[in-house]
Design a protein. Structure first.
Lengths: 319, 244, 295
C-alpha cells in the first residue's frame, strides 16, 4: 500500500526514527520518557487538527472539545463501569467522532468565521456542562486515578503503547491525505466554489473530514488518559484549542509532519521554560508574534524552502 | 439541450438579468455577447447554480435545473470555466484536473486508496489534449496566466461534460494564445462531441466560430440568431455602437 | 427545587440581569465595532477588560477616599487605550495587509502576553473594589430592593448606547468607520488613510473594553481568568447579535444577561448553561445572528 506514494528515503528515515524512539526508555531518565510520551499525545492531537486547518482550510476553532470528549469518555467508562478496558479505549474515539458529527453537521452549514464561532459556542456549551456537572464528571476537579490494565502498568509500557498508536495513526493519516478524499479536501481548501462547480458536495466532504479528524482527536484523548490517568475540564477549554492551532502554525500547516514538529517544540519549550519561570504564556505569545511576522509557513515550511533550491541545484548538476 | 426562458435576477434593486432567453442545441457552438455589465456572467452563474434566479426557468435536457446546487448541476452534465482564473493554486497541474475526474468517477470519498494511481490515464489524456502534459508536476499557482486559463478549461473537461460553458476563455491572452485557445476549443468540441456555450469580447472569434449568437443588453436578450443576422440587426448595432 | 418565587423576585432578578447585560453590552459593542471595521475578532479584548478591572483596583487605591472610584473610572479605560495604542502602532498595523487568520492569531498572542503581564504586575490574588459611597446600598423598587450600583449600570449602559449611536451616525469619524466596514477599498480611494481609521476603531473598541472592566470592578472579585471567561461570552454575544452590528451586541447582551439571571433562579448550579444554551438555540435558528451583520 505504501509503495510508490512515500519516497523511499523519507520512509526509511521515519522507520529509523521510530525504532530509535522505541528503544529509548531504558536509556534515558524517567522524566524524559514522560515528556516524549506527552509530545506523542499532543502531536496526534495537532495532526488531527491540521487535517482540517492546513489541508482542509476550515476554521476549526474548538478542536479540543473532541479531544476532551474522547478522554472523558474513556475515563468515565473505566471508573464508573465495569466494561473491559479495550471497550473503553474504543469508546473514546467513537464518542469523539459522534460529537464531531453532531457539532460538525451544524457548523458546515456556515463558512469561515461563522463556522468557527458556532463551533466555539457549541464547544463552550459542552465545556460548561462538563465543568459544572460535579456529580458525573467531577466538575472542576476532574477525574483522577483512572485504572489501567496490567499491560500498561508502568510509564515505559504506556510509552510504548502511545508510540505505537501514534505511528499507526500517522500512517493512516498519511494514506488519507494521499487518497482521493485527501486531494479533494485540499482542493476545497484552495477553492471551494470551484469544487462545487466540479461536482463536489463540499458540505458533505467537509463533514466527513471533521468526522475523521475528531476520531483521531478522540484517540489522542484516550492516549492522554493512558499517560496521565486523569482528566480535567481544561482539556475542553478554548485556550487549548488555540494552542493546538499555534502548534500547527509553528510546525508548518501545509506540510504533513509540521504539526508534530510544532507540538514537540511547544511541549518541550513549555516544560523547560516552566522550570525557570512561571510566565510561559507570555513567552508563547511572543513566539507566536515572531512566527506571524517572520515565519508564517512555520518551521518546517521554512526548512523545506531552504532545502528545495539546494535539491534542485543538485539535480541540475546531476543532469 | 439548454433552454433559458425569461430569467430574472436582481440584487437589491439592481436588475442584473431582466428577461434573458437562450437556446442551445446539442452539438452547437453558441456565443453570448453584450457590452460590459450586460449580465453575461450573471446569466452563466444562474445556469450553473452559483446564483438562484428570481423568476424564469432553466431547462437542461428537459429537466428543470433552476433550483439545483452547483454540484448537482455538474453531475447533470454541465461544466464551466470562470472568467477570473479559478484553479487550485496549491495543487499540481495534474492534481487540479484529477480532482474533477475523481469527482466525475464518484471517487472523491475514497479514503484509503492512493490517489496517484487512480484515474491517471484519464487525467493524462486531458492534459495532453490541451497541451499541458509536460507541466503536470508544476504547482498550478506558478503557471503563466495563459496556461492557467487553459488549465481552467482542462478542469472543466475532467467532468466529461455534455455542455461546456466558458466565461471569457481568452481574457488577458495575447493574440497568439487566443488563436491557439480557440482552435483548441473547436478541436475539443469536434473530438469529444461537446456542446459549447461561451461569452467573449473579441468579436472576430465570436463571429468566426459560433453557429448561433445571443446578444444581451442591460440584462435583456435582444436577439439570438445566426451570426450574419446578428451582424445586420439594427438593435444590436445601436446597443453596441450607440446608434449610428 | 420546591422554592416558589414571587413576582417581585422575578422582576428583581430580571433587572439584575439587565444591569449585568449593560456591562456585557459595553464590552461587546467595542468588540463588535472592531470586528465590523477590521473584520477581526479581537481575542485580546478580554485581557483589556481584565486590565481595566485591575487598573481600577489600583487607581482607586491611589486616589483614596470616596472619589477614588470615579477617578479610576475615568483613568483606567484611558490606560487601556494607551496600552492598545502602543500595541497597534508598534505591531498590529503592520499586519493589516495579511490574511484575517493572521490578525486573529496576533490578537490571541496579545491576549496571552497581556494575561501574563497582569499576573506579573498584580499577582494571582483576588482583588476587590468597593463601590463609591454614592452608589452603595439599595433602592426599593417594584416591591423589592435593588442595588443602586445596578441602577447606575443601567443608566451608564443607555448612555453609552446613545453616545455610540451619535458617534456612528452623526460624526465624521463614525461615518467613515461605518463605510470602511462595508468597503475599505472605496474609503481608501476617497483619499482617507485607512490605516488611521483602523487605529481609531481599534482604540475605541479597546476603550470600551477598559470601561467595561472598570464598571464591573465593584461587582465581582477581580481575578486572573476573567479575560478567558469574558472573551468567550463576548464572542458568543457578538455572534448571536450579528457580526459587527452594535445593536446586535445590545440584543445579544440582554439575552445573555437575562437568561443567566433567570438561570440563577431556576438551577443555581447550572446557571451558566442557560445563556450558552440560549446562544446555541439562536444560532441554530439564525446562524448568521439575529440582526444583520456588517459583512
Amino acid at each position: 500500500m505504501f509503495k510508490g506514494i512515500v519516497c523511499a528515503k523519507s520512509f526509511q528515515l521515519a522507520v529509523a526514527l521510530f525504532i530509535l524512539l522505541l528503544l529509548l526508555p531504558p536509556f534515558v531518565p524517567r522524566f524524559y520518557v514522560y515528556i516524549l510520551a506527552l509530545i506523542y499525545v499532543t502531536s496526534l492531537l495537532a495532526m488531527s487538527l491540521n487535517l482540517l486547518v492546513g489541508h482542509g482550510g476550515m476554521f476549526q476553532f474548538h478542536h479540543a472539545v473532541f479531544y476532551g470528549v474522547g478522554a472523558y469518555t474513556v475515563a468515565l467508562m473505566l471508573t464508573k463501569t465495569r466494561m473491559p478496558v479495550w471497550v473503553g479505549f474504543l469508546a473514546g474515539p467513537i464518542a469523539a467522532m459522534f460529537a464531531g458529527l453532531v457539532i460538525g453537521w451544524f457548523c458546515v452549514r456556515l463558512t469561515r468565521l461563522y463556522f468557527g464561532m458556532l463551533q466555539i459556542s457549541l464547544g463552550s456549551l459542552v465545556w460548561a456542562i462538563v465543568f459544572r456537572w460535579y456529580r458525573f464528571t467531577g466538575g472542576d476537579d476532574g477525574i483522577h486515578g483512572v485504572p489501567m490494565p496490567p499491560l500498561l502498568s508502568s510509564l515505559n509500557r504506556s510509552y510504548y503503547f502511545i508510540l505505537i498508536i501514534l505511528a499507526l495513526s500517522l500512517m493512516l493519516l498519511y494514506l488519507i491525505l494521499k487518497s482521493p478524499f485527501g486531494s479533494t479536501l485540499q482542493a476545497i481548501r484552495d477553492n471551494p466554489d470551484r469544487c462545487a462547480a466540479v461536482g463536489i458536495n463540499v458540505r458533505r466532504h467537509q463533514l466527513l473530514a471533521i468526522v475523521v479528524a475528531t476520531f483521531f482527536a478522540g484517540i489522542a484523548g484516550v492516549l492522554f488518559v493512558v499517560l496521565e490517568r486523569s482528566v480535567f475540564p481544561d482539556l475542553l477549554f478554548w485556550v487549548l484549542s488555540l494552542e493546538i492551532f499555534i502548534m500547527c502554525l509553528l510546525g508548518g500547516w501545509f506540510t504533513f509532519a509540521g504539526p508534530v514538529l510544532g507540538a514537540a517544540i511547544t511541549v518541550a519549550l513549555r516544560t523547560f521554560v516552566g522550570i525557570y519561570t512561571e510566565y510561559w504564556t507570555l513567552i508563547l505569545g511572543v513566539i507566536l508574534i515572531l512566527l506571524i511576522f517572520f515565519l508564517p509557513e512555520g518551521v518546517m515550511g521554512y526548512l523545506l524552502e531552504i532545502l528545495k533550491p539546494r535539491a534542485k541545484e543538485a539535480a541540475g548538476r546531476r543532469e | 439541450m439548454l433552454h433559458v426562458e425569461g430569467v430574472v435576477k436582481s440584487f437589491d434593486d439592481f436588475k442584473a438579468v431582466n428577461g434573458a432567453n437562450l437556446v442551445v442545441g446539442r452539438g452547437e457552438i453558441v456565443a453570448v455577447i453584450g457590452p460590459n455589465g450586460a449580465g453575461k456572467t450573471t446569466l452563466f452563474n444562474l445556469i450553473t447554480g452559483q446564483l438562484q434566479r428570481d423568476q424564469g426557468k432553466i431547462l437542461f435536457k428537459g429537466e428543470d435545473i433552476s433550483a439545483l446546487p452547483p454540484y448537482e448541476i455538474c453531475h447533470r452534465g454541465i461544466a464551466r470555466s470562470f472568467q477570473i482564473v479559478n484553479i487550485f493554486p496549491r495543487l499540481t497541474v495534474f492534481e487540479n484536473v484529477q480532482v474533477a475526474v475523481l469527482s466525475q468517477q464518484k471517487r472523491s470519498h475514497d479514503l484509503f486508496s492512493p490517489a496517484q494511481s487512480i484515474a491517471v490515464e484519464k487525467t493524462q489524456s486531458i492534459l495532453e489534449s490541451i497541451g499541458l502534459a509536460g507541466k503536470g508536476k508544476n504547482i498550478a499557482g506558478s503557471l503563466s496566466h495563459g496556461d492557467q486559463k487553459i488549465l481552467e478549461i482542462a478542469i472543466a473537461l475532467g467532468n466529461e461534460p455534455e455542455l461546456l460553458i466558458l466565461d471569457e476563455p481568452t481574457a488577458g491572452m495575447s493574440p497568439e494564445e487566443t488563436a491557439a485557445t480557440m482552435e483548441l476549443i473547436q478541436c475539443l468540441a469536434r473530438t469529444r462531441g461537446l456542446t459549447i456555450l461561451f461569452c467573449e469580447h473579441d468579436m472576430e472569434i465570436v463571429f468566426s466560430i459560433s453557429q448561433s449568437i445571443m446578444v444581451m443588453h442591460q440584462g435583456r436578450t435582444l436577439i439570438q440568431e445566426k451570426p450574419e443576422a446578428v451582424r445586420q440587426n439594427k438593435e444590436v448595432q445601436e446597443a453596441y455602437l450607440g446608434g449610428e | 427545587m420546591g422554592v416558589s418565587y414571587g413576582a417581585a423576585d422575578l422582576i428583581s432578578q430580571f433587572l439584575v440581569g439587565i444591569s449585568r447585560s449593560m456591562i456585557l453590552f459595553i464590552v461587546c459593542a467595542g468588540l463588535s465595532f472592531v470586528l465590523g471595521v477590521l473584520r477581526v475578532p479581537n481575542i485580546a479584548h478580554g485581557s483589556l477588560y481584565m486590565i481595566g478591572a485591575f487598573a481600577t483596583f489600583s487607581l482607586s487605591k491611589v486616589f483614596a477616599g470616596s472619589y477614588g472610584f470615579w477617578f479610576a473610572l475615568i483613568l483606567a479605560p484611558l490606560l487601556v487605550v494607551l496600552i492598545s495604542l502602543v500595541a497597534e502602532r508598534a505591531l498590529f498595523c503592520h499586519l493589516y495587509q495579511r490574511e484575517h487568520l493572521m490578525l486573529l492569531l496576533f490578537t490571541f498572542a496579545l491576549s496571552l502576553i497581556f494575561g501574563d503581564l497582569v499576573k506579573l504586575v498584580w499577582g494571582a490574588e483576588y482583588r476587590s473594589v468597593a463601590a463609591p459611597d454614592l452608589l452603595k446600598g439599595s433602592v426599593s423598587m417594584l416591591g423589592s430592593s435593588f442595588p443602586r450600583y445596578n441602577l447606575f449600570l443601567i443608566f451608564i449602559g443607555l448612555g453609552v448606547a446613545t453616545a455610540l449611536w451619535v458617534f456612528v451616525n452623526k460624526t465624521k469619524i463614525g461615518k467613515i468607520s461605518r463605510a470602511a466596514a462595508v468597503d475599505r477599498e472605496m474609503v481608501g480611494m476617497l483619499g482617507i488613510n485607512v490605516s488611521w481609521v483602523f487605529a481609531a476603531a481599534f482604540v475605541i473598541g479597546c476603550y470600551l473594553a477598559g470601561l467595561g472592566g472598570a464598571l464591573v470592578a465593584p461587582t465581582v472579585s477581580i481575578t486572573l481568568g476573567m479575560d478567558h471567561t469574558l472573551i468567550i461570552e463576548a464572542f458568543l454575544i457578538v455572534t448571536i447579535g450579528g457580526l459587527g452590528n452594535m445593536w446586535g451586541a445590545l440584543v445579544g447582551s440582554l439575552i445573555f444577561g437575562v437568561t443567566h439571571s433567570l438561570g440563577v433562579l431556576i438551577l443555581p448550579q447550572f446557571a451558566i448553561i442557560f445563556p450558552y444554551a440560549a446562544v446555541v438555540i439562536v444560532l441554530l435558528l439564525r446562524p448568521k445572528g439575529l440582526l444583520k451583520s456588517v459583512w
